[in-house]
Design a protein around this ligand. Structure first.
Ligand SMILES: [Zn+2]
Length: 248
């Protein structure tokens, strides 16, 4: 296995989380309207875990149980930490790229009209999802990666990485909805954006053997992360398309 060479050494430092340390290097991402940071944990190699994550102030910093953003980030970091290496791309794409004010207006509209967040965005004249991932995908290629295991339920992220020339294996992020509203949001993401959201009828096969990209240099932390089996990107994309019940 070849270790990817990177020029981020002047940011290399120890990152402690849940009682365990991991080295991390950081790079700024600011291209094609995609702003954020690339965090490279440990010694990444081809096939390592990657999470491309969009900021959600409510779900992450404020601990809101109205969406699944916090648990998705938490679980991604658990898995990267357990693998001993991986990449987190944290994008400043709050409110699906429309910003926090648009998100707040969308929440209010949903509250008043009873519609889901995507319908509310449309009613307010916002793009339902303005996020892009092409610069993120290129940054992974620039790291020297040719293949990744992508922690996601979002086909758009898979497509962006594949278009950049990366071979993608999907590792679905199975999280439990924290509330009825979060459950409604997951369902709306499935219907409107074709996200793959596990259901009781069609769950991913549980599997605790998600391979990492490097052996941990310390005892494996008991991070309590549930994992699911990696899936070839092609099967996930086909699955997502097939499960779309159609919005009319
Ligand atoms: Zn959120």
């Amino acid at each position: 296995m070849t270790t990817v060479v990177s020029d981020l050494v002047d940011t290399d430092h120890r990152f402690g989380r849940k009682g365990h340390d991991l080295r991390v290097r950081v790079r700024e991402l600011n291209s094609d309207g995609e702003r954020g940071h690339l965090l490279v944990f440990g010694a990444v190699t081809d096939g390592c875990l990657v999470r491309v994550h969009s900021r959600c102030l409510y779900g992450e910093a404020l601990g809101s149980d109205d969406c699944d953003c916090g648990p998705e980030l938490e679980k991604s970091l658990d898995l990267i930490q357990r693998a001993g290496a991986g990449v987190l791309i944290y994008l400043e794409q709050e409110g699906r790229g429309a910003g926090l004010i648009a998100k707040a207006r969308g929440y209010r509209e949903s509250e008043l009209s009873g519609t889901d967040t995507f319908t509310s965005y449309e009613a307010l004249g916002y793009p339902v999802d303005a996020r892009t991932y092409s610069a993120s995908a290129r940054s992974l290629v620039e790291l020297g990666l040719r293949s990744v295991q992508l922690l996601t339920n979002n086909p758009a992220k898979v497509q962006a990485l594949e278009q950049a020339g990366l071979t993608v294996t999907v590792v679905p992020l199975s999280t439990r909805a924290l509330s009825d509203r979060a459950r409604d949001y997951l369902e709306a993401k499935r219907r409107h954006r074709k996200h793959w959201i596990p259901t009781d009828e069609v769950p991913w096969a549980p599997d605790d053997t998600v391979p990492g990209c490097a052996e941990p240099d310390q005892p494996t932390p008991d991070l309590g992360a549930e994992t699911v089996a990696p899936q070839p990107a092609s099967s996930v994309l086909a699955h997502a398309a097939g499960r779309d019940p159609g919005d009319g």
